[in-house]
Design a protein. Structure first.
Length: 65
């Protein structure tokens, strides 16, 4: 990853910004995976819960379920 001191950290982003990243780039976006421990950081509770609600929705909609 290219060092960028001016990069806005995901913890500093608004709900709308993290929502847009999730919808456009998905949960594996680089912005969510910059932590040293390898765990994704979605920045706020809203985006984290939105991700898991969508996962549950698609899981329930799966015909093999």
């Amino acid at each position: 990853m290219i060092e960028n001191d001016d990069r806005l950290e995901v913890d500093s982003m608004s709900y709308e910004m993290t929502h847009q990243i999730l919808m456009i780039k998905g949960p594996d976006a680089t912005e969510f995976n910059l932590s040293e421990d390898g765990m994704p950081n979605y920045g706020n509770w809203f985006t984290w819960s939105e991700l898991y609600i969508m996962n549950m929705y698609f899981f329930i909609q799966d015909p093999t379920f």
